[in-house]
Design a protein around this ligand. Sequence first.
Ligand SMILES: N[C@@H](CCC(=O)N[C@@H](CS)C(=O)NCC(=O)O)C(=O)O
Length: 218
Amino acid sequence: MLKLCGFAASNYYNKVKMQLMEKGVPFAEELVWASQKDEVLARTPIGKVPFIEVDGWQLAESQPIGEYIEEAYPEKPLLPRDPMARAKVRELIEFIELHLELVVRRLYREAFFGGTVSDETKKEVERDLAKGIRAFRALAKFAPFVAGAELTLADCAAAQHLPLVSMATKRIYGRDFFEDFPQVAAYVKAMNARPSMQKIVEDRKANAKLMAEMAAKK
Ligand SMILES: N[C@@H](CCC(=O)N[C@@H](CS)C(=O)NCC(=O)O)C(=O)O
């Protein structure tokens, strides 16, 4: 059986988990923390999660993992058949991850982990996020799903990453950078009502609690 490895507070882990649940693919989970320890690097070459293990293979990076799952489990596809429609879904994922999530990630240390981020970084993130949000606005459909009428892999990514943009910008700048793009909050609410997301949110909370307990013991 396919094994999903990582931790439930990870948005990239949950991107894959949502895909598996939405498709009804049976899977097991193993709690693995991101790490540079040899035993972790032996399973995921840059020490990041998620990775999957299947039939003796290990595969890292959520996007190739997602593409593998689509090909290995073609029932209930989360990529459209039409080549351009498929490419547009992948384009949205790239924009959400490269130009929103990876930009806002630079704030997480202060927004979520009790650290600090320099004023210079905050200014750079503000500038880069404005560009990323403008691009995302031009691409996102919310009709009702992020790429159009059907649930796709782009929703598995968007449902995890978009709330982080709102949460982190609220904490760092005192305002949600999506505040004048109300379709985002309505979309996140609708996605959170799906059984897959309810399970993800429940597991994420339990994992975050475990992380807090571990941090308190250090
Ligand atoms: N591009 C990677 C990103 C994965 C990622 O950044 N995972 C985080 C957890 S959400 C991680 O492992 N961080 C540890 C690190 O950066 O060393 C993917 O799509 O899987």
